[in-house]
Ligand binder design. Structure first.
Ligand code: M6R
Length: 598
């Protein structure tokens, strides 16, 4: 959450700061601001989107050094005063911060007891401490280091000093941050997307390191002040990938990209008709007496489907947990656990908390992450990575990452099952190819799906129901609908409705049932009759072979893999329900794409 950028160089950094913030806006969009030195320090901030900030920037503004921030509020309301950059009392130091300073109240009480700080943020304490320590006679770097030594929590920081227009002081702990290498200039950004238009060469920064960035140099020091030599890396993304192209929104672009993501997965994970996954990963999963799949939001929902594969095909007991619960309420673990983390961004703080905690419990535990971002924090910190190869996902609502996660979990489970000696009665590569064509045919049917969405989602509430894996799809379908359309939606196990929730069914309440398992067809249809007879407006999404009149039929695919297909209809429902209400579907209220605070 929150995105930060920095520029120092021979040119004018204003355009970079604005472009960088536009690319990072998906991380938070409550307010934004930039600051830089041009003779004196200039600070421009505003509530709302980067567009508002652009309107504030004078055309002739030139900054050879500058920092910027787009905010997802954690401490203090959404207003200009709480927006970043924040300045020290004497205006000498200016700072942007992504993260949460857990001991900020303690620091405030200790160092600024009877002093009124300007904002309500945790961030301001940092910049005021730099000033305080600098007033004790420390250099800026020493004051910055001393300040950092007092901080508890997560931070990615860029600090500038009005008395030195050549240096940005940078540090991070738990929050992501990269340095980009330019010509006669250098950049800082929360992720590579922020800088990819300007450079494809990056330095990663590790927790607790401090980096001094000047136009011609990047000096990385560890917490003991030792200089670290590090190679640059080039991520697997291209500038064009982050454009919307002909699409009105990223969400629909990314929904549309799901069949090409599937084709990518087929080409990356199959070679000569065989599954191609690092043998050590397969070995570690095979050896496990229990798999723990951990994720948040949509990734958690993908994990629920993944469990089905590990248990049904490989017969390995598998649990799925929400990261935010697991970290502080660790279940009784088996003797030989294997942890599989699911995270599109690879940056989710709740997952990082689990990783830290589990490494403390046993340093020999092994962690695999399925992520879309190769240089992400989780990818660096886990033992093994399987990339989603879905292409950059920018819309806050995750779509193509979800279907890719399920596909890769199926490939891993299938390989493990085969190696364990389970007789698999179908060819996964072929079945995933059928899934890919099925997705294509749903994407070709957008007009019908839009019409259904417009007629169905007219009420304040809606329900998705299903049994077995369809229940997990119902959870994901409802998460998608609620986060972009603000319709109050729940995903329910079909049989559970009558144990309480059915009380919410009124005339016209939309209830959508997902039925992709022949054995559960009649059971779920009974649940649909129960709500229809109480006035609900019902729809069944099912496989062609099970379809009845007025159902929405999706092409027949292997039933275990059907969640990868049926969900696409519901993603389109969410998209059309939101755009039909005139909502900003790519940036729903209160949300951010990458949740880097716990
Ligand atoms: O990057 P991650 O997969 O770790 O993100 C997890 C959730 O924050 C994310 O899936 C969130 O629920 C999305 N907004 C869902 O569309």
């Amino acid at each position: 959450m929150c995105g930060i950028v920095g520029y120092v160089g021979n040119g004018n950094g204003v355009q970079f700061l604005i472009d960088g913030l536009n690319s990072l806006e998906y991380r938070g969009y409550d307010s934004c601001g930039i600051a830089g030195i041009n003779g004196e320090v200039k600070v421009l901030k505003t509530v709302g989107r980067i567009k508002n900030l652009e309107d504030l920037v004078p055309e002739d503004l030139e900054l050879s050094i500058g920092i910027g921030h787009t905010r997802w509020a954690t401490h203090g309301g959404v207003n200009t005063t709480n927006s970043h950059p924040h300045q020290s009392f004497n205006k000498r130091f200016t700072l942007v911060h992504n993260g949460v300073i857990e001991n900020f109240q303690e620091l405030k009480d200790r160092f600024f007891k009877n002093v009124n700080l300007v904002s309500e943020t945790d961030t301001e304490v940092i910049v005021q401490l730099v000033e305080l320590f600098s007033n004790e006679g420390l250099t800026t770097k020493e004051a910055f280091l001393k300040t950092i030594s007092k901080l508890q929590g997560s931070y990615a920081l860029c600090l500038i000093d009005s008395e030195d227009k050549n240096t940005i002081y940078v540090a991070k702990n738990k929050s992501p941050l990269l340095v980009g290498i330019g010509e006669d200039c250098n950049y800082v950004g929360s992720d590579a997307l922020a800088m990819i238009k300007y450079t494809n060469k990056f330095f990663e920064i590790n927790d607790k390191e401090i980096v001094t960035v000047t136009k011609n140099d990047v000096v990385i020091e560890n917490k003991f002040g030792e200089i670290i030599t590090r190679d640059t890396f080039t991520p697997d993304i291209k500038h064009g990938e982050i454009d919307k192209g002909v699409y009105p929104h990223y969400m629909i672009k990314e929904i549309d990209e799901q069949s090409s993501a599937m084709r990518n997965i087929l080409s990356k994970y199959f070679e000569d008709k065989k599954i191609s996954i690092d043998a050590e990963i397969v070995e570690k999963v095979k050896e496990a007496d229990r798999i723990y799949i951990i994720g948040c939001g949509t990734s958690y929902n993908a994990g629920l489907v993944g469990r089905h594969y590990f248990e049904k095909w490989a017969k390995i007991p598998t649990e799925v947990h929400l990261a935010s619960e697991f970290a502080y309420n660790v279940p009784l673990l088996s003797k030989k656990p294997m942890f599989i983390f699911l995270s599109q961004s690879g940056e989710t703080a709740d997952l990082r908390a689990v990783l830290t905690k589990m490494k403390e419990v046993d340093k020999d535990y092994k962690f695999l992450v399925l992520t879309n971002v190769s240089a992400s924090t989780l990818s660096r910190e886990c033992d093994y990575t399987l990339l989603l190869h879905a292409g950059v996902e920018i819309a806050v609502a995750s779509t193509k990452a979800y279907t890719s996660q399920i596909a890769i979990l199926s490939i891993l489970a299938y390989e493990v099952a085969t190696q364990i000696g389970r007789k698999m009665k179908f060819n996964l590569e072929k079945e995933l190819a059928v899934v890919t064509s099925a997705i294509d045919s749903i994407l070709d049917d957008k007009k019908t799906i839009k019409n259904i969405a417009n007629k169905l989602f007219t009420e304040r509430n809606a329900f998705y129901i299903g049994r077995g894996v369809d229940y997990y799809s119902a959870c994901e379908a409802s998460l998608k609908l609620k986060e972009v359309s603000y319709i109050q939606t729940e995903g329910f196990a079909g049989g559970e409705l009558k144990h309480g929730t059915i009380a919410l069914i009124e005339k016209n309440t939309p209830v959508v049932a997902l039925i992709t398992n022949t054995k559960l067809d009649l059971n779920t249809r009974s649940n649909i009759s129960e709500v229809a007879s109480r006035g609900a407006n019902t729809l069944v999404i099912t496989l062609e072979k099970l379809a009845r009149e007025n159902d929405y039929a999706i092409p027949n695919v292997h039933e275990d893999l059907a969640p990868i297909v049926s969900i696409v209809v519901t993603q389109l429902f969410a998209y059309y329900a939101a755009t039909g209400r005139g909502l900003d579907v790519d940036k729903p209220r209160n949300l951010a794409k990458s949740v880097t605070v716990e």
